[in-house]
Design a protein around this ligand. Structure first.
Ligand SMILES: *[C@@H]1O[C@H](CO)[C@@H](O)[C@H](O)[C@H]1NC(C)=O
Ligand SMILES: *[C@@H]1O[C@H](CO)[C@@H](O)[C@H](O)[C@H]1NC(C)=O
Length: 698
């Protein structure tokens, strides 16, 4: 049901007087002139309503088109209808307007086509309200007609999202959006999932030709249109607003000061409306106020019937006061609703009627997306500057789910985001933490983007996650251990390849340091004997081996540190002197700034499979110190180079000490003592490390 309403010219002089008489404030009003250039605002000359541009309330590129100005008709039109904003791009374009959560609002959208696009083809399009279909807007080409749709609604969020949806029948446009806070008690349907949608609103008996009243006559800015019929007679009095204060509907004095009564004193006042569907549910609000000073022997009492059934009896209007009669249950089950006001037997006077409103109940029960999910996905949109047409409710209406999302409705009839596909979307930066707040997410595809940083631990929070694809990014660090475990048990399909800096094994995360370490202790004796670079010789040889380094050793250990690739080049003089070749690469001679000689063991690029071994060794030597184990000075762990920096053993490496050609060859008993001694010391350290780990876990 839509209203096509005729503009009637209003004498400015009359309205100016009304403004002076009934000045009301506009607190809580939101008045958007759609299409008005962003910097402009004004006070509308007829109503005094302050309008601002809608530009800040849309987050999409739009063509702002000025409506064609029919100079001849302009005096008919209030200024907010002068511009339109049209939406030639995208299927769904939304406004996001902050409101006061829990406040009941009258919300009105106005459309004045006026052939603004010179196509002489008024469009038809849908208007959504968040997840729900608000109405279908069918425009008229008549230049003196405009259309508005109006609902009474209590938002459950601190914003509303009216959306214009292109249904293939012309470019959607809009002229104005107006929100007016209402008294919470008025217009109460007790159906929170529904809204009242205006069908008709009339004030009866007005003697003026102005045709309509709104703000400032009406503090709620309802639009009252005047009606009179030949079988009705006008009655009038003067009413002031103070007399009407007790009525929650805050009816305008100008509306309540006039009424109609049947010309034939014994006839009824009758009116009707028709329904396009018998299941429609209607709320009828009738407003009464006695406009005649009754004599002592006069009475006015009448009954209201709807389709022959009693609606209310008896109505006895109070002089210059307002009374609103409505039912707590909607009228339904008919295609025509015939309302009849007839005087009671004892009444000496015929019925009167001052004003009526008819609303249709509109179902707004379409499940909206859970607020946390909405907040998260909007944050993700903002963080990555997603340029897709992500507007309105992410999951609803079902035909307009945001591209890349899948949703499902939970047991409480709330939509949840279950799938997010942002692959090949040019994302850069780190993985946004808001993703972890999409707690029902089962499928997450961030592949083929430029994401860097680590694969964050917060992804573990996504307990429903079944598919995680981050391949082809620039992620570094290590994959959280729990994700690897879930992938191993098959509960998660994990794709992390094509991230050159990302360690994909369990042993690389800092938190998992001790587990692989302890596992490797059992093999440590072998490591000691075959460690490729060198070792500290048995006590008898110690003096000779470390004559210059014995004092520095402690300081070297404490200086274990990360070296950059550049400093490795400086230390080794650009890998000038090769002093050996170990299990996973060449060993170079180097000199630290303090002139200490070091051996730099570089992981060859061709043996990236040795990276795990490299890491284990580095971690082990960081923690374990033994006089027969070479000391680690530092390491380099950059993309280009992985290297370990050891104390330099001037007496040669283990191989040389075990080789028969060496004059200083270790005797077998010496070798045994070294091995047993090292193993003993390391067992002690292992115990210490286990204790440390227990402390950490505790
Ligand atoms: C009622 O209307 C008539 C004519 O429009 C006017 O002259 C008269 O003053 C009005 N009465 C009151 C009480 O306002
Ligand atoms: C006035 O209304 C009554 C009741 O509807 C009807 O019986 C009567 O004929 C009507 N009088 C005139 C003159 O129309």
């Amino acid at each position: 049901m839509r209203m096509l309403l005729h503009f009637l010219s209003v004498s400015l002089g009359v309205l100016t007087i009304l403004v002076l008489v009934q000045a009301q404030d506009q607190s809580g009003f939101i008045s958007l002139d759609c299409g008005l250039p962003e910097h402009l605002s004004y006070s509308e000359v007829k109503t005094g309503i302050n309008y601002i541009s809608d530009a800040k309330f849309i987050d999409t590129d739009t063509d702002t088109s000025k409506s064609i100005r029919h100079t001849k008709e302009m005096s008919y039109i209030e200024q907010q209808l002068e511009y339109v904003r049209s939406f030639p791009n995208g299927v769904k374009n939304c406004y996001r307007i902050n409101v006061s959560n829990g406040t009941k609002y009258l919300i009105r959208a106005s459309f004045y086509y006026g052939n603004y696009d010179n196509l002489n083809d008024p469009p038809i399009f849908d208007l959504h309200f968040g997840a729900n279909l608000w109405d279908t807007v069918k425009c008229s080409n008549n230049v003196s007609f405009f259309q508005f749709i109006e609902i009474i609604y209590t938002p459950s969020h601190d914003y509303i999202q009216p959306c214009l949806v292109n249904t293939g029948q012309g470019t959607p446009f809009i002229s104005a959006i107006e929100l007016r806070p209402l008294n919470d008690i008025a217009y109460d349907t007790k159906s929170p999932k529904s809204v009242l949608s205006l069908v008709e609103r009339w004030e009866l008996g007005s003697g003026s030709n102005s045709g309509s009243y709104r703000y400032k006559d009406d503090v709620y800015d309802r639009m009252w249109f005047s009606s009179i019929r030949s079988d009705w007679r006008r009655l009038n009095t003067s009413v002031n607003n103070d007399d009407l204060q007790q009525n929650h509907y805050k009816l305008p004095a100008i509306v309540m000061s006039t009424a109609v009564t049947p010309v034939n004193g014994s006839a009824a006042i009758q009116f009707s409306w028709s329904a396009d569907d018998v299941n429609n549910q209607y709320y009828l609000y009738t407003h009464f106020g006695e406009v005649e000073k009754l004599a002592a022997n006069e009475t006015r009492a009448f009954n209201i019937n709807v389709n022959g059934g009693l609606f209310y009896a008896p109505v006895i209007p109070l002089y210059r006061k307002a009374m609103t009669i409505f039912s707590n249950r909607p009228l339904t089950g008919a295609t025509v609703y015939q309302v009849s006001l007839s005087k009671t037997k004892n009444s000496t006077l015929p019925p009167i009627l001052n004003a009526i409103e008819i609303y249709k109940l509109k179902d707004f029960s379409q499940s909206e997306t859970q607020q946390d999910d909405v907040d998260s996905i909007i944050n993700i949109k903002n963080v990555y500057g997603v340029t897709r047409n992500w507007q309105g409710d992410p999951c609803a209406p079902v035909n307009y789910v945001w591209e890349g999302l899948n949703c499902s409705v939970d047991g409480n009839n709330i939509s949840r985001i279950t799938s997010l596909d942002l692959s090949s979307s040019g994302l850069i930066g780190q993985i946004a933490s808001s993703i972890s707040k999409l707690t029902m997410l089962q499928y997450l595809d961030l592949s083929n983007n430029g994401l860097n940083g680590s694969l964050p631990d917060f992804l573990i929070q996504l307990h429903s996650l079944k598919v995680l694809n981050v391949r082809k990014n620039k992620l570094t660090g290590s994959v959280p251990r729990e994700l690897i475990e879930r992938s191993k048990t098959g509960s998660l399909s994990l794709s992390v390849d094509d991230n050159p800096g990302l360690c994909t094994t369990k042993s690389c995360g800092k938190k998992s340091l001790f587990v692989p370490l302890i596992a490797s202790f059992s093999a440590l004796i072998i490591v000691i004997l075959f460690i490729s670079l060198g070792f500290r010789i048995f006590r008898r040889h110690k003096a000779a081996v470390t004559s210059t380094n014995s004092k520095q050793r402690g300081s070297l250990i404490s200086k274990q540190q990360a070296f950059s690739y550049t400093s490795i080049i400086n230390i080794t003089d650009n890998f000038k002197t090769i002093i050996g070749e170990g299990g996973f690469g060449k060993v170079y001679l180097g000199t630290l700034q303090n002139q200490t000689q070091v051996a730099v063991k570089r992981l060859s690029l061709s043996s990236m499979q040795g990276y795990k071994e490299f890491q284990s060794e580095a971690q082990l030597l960081m923690i374990v110190h033994h006089r027969n184990l070479v000391s680690l000075v530092g390491y380099c762990d950059e993309d280009e180079v992985k290297a370990l920096i050891y104390e330099y053993m001037v007496n040669g490496n283990l191989h040389q000490h075990l080789s028969v050609e060496n004059t200083n060859i270790l005797k077998w008993n010496e070798r045994l003592i070294i091995a047993v001694d090292a193993a003993h010391d390391i067992r002690e350290q292992e115990t210490q490390i286990k204790e440390m780990m227990c402390t950490v876990l505790a």
